[in-house]
Design a protein around this ligand. Sequence first.
Ligand SMILES: [Fe+2]
Length: 166
Amino acid sequence: MTVKTAELREMKTDINKTDRARMAEKLGETLASTYVLYQKTQSVHWNVTGPMFVGVHKLTEGQYEDLAASIDTIAERIRALGAKTPVGLSTYINNSVIDDQVEWGDVDAMLKQLSNDTLTVANQMREFVKTAEEADDVFTADLLTARIGALEESSWMLSANLSSIN
Ligand SMILES: [Fe+2]
């Protein structure tokens, strides 16, 4: 995902153009990963069966709603930095840090995979926080830091449904 400085809106900000382009690229990758995670969370919400149905169905509903809101926040941050947001579901799938694999297996396998995917997206954001701090883009660093906390909590809640973990 490449953002050229020439494509950026002129702005009176202390974040220089090169850094704005770099942050827009990273946020585009974050958007792509979050979009794929959003869809994967919905597919667990829809397809979960068995004794944990009600709990997992409700948990994942709250999680995909949170992801949907965050997708909007991330996309609008890209615009606030003067860049265009990436568009198209294929763009998101191709630039996501997690795949859009839909072979889930049983409920335990489903929960484990979604929990791991959630942490993978958080870990990518952690890398991008460093880039944001180097660029003095404090708002993006803060936004991504908050998302890491939300995703790490989601991952824990998904895995806490498994009897095999402590
Ligand atoms: Fe639903």
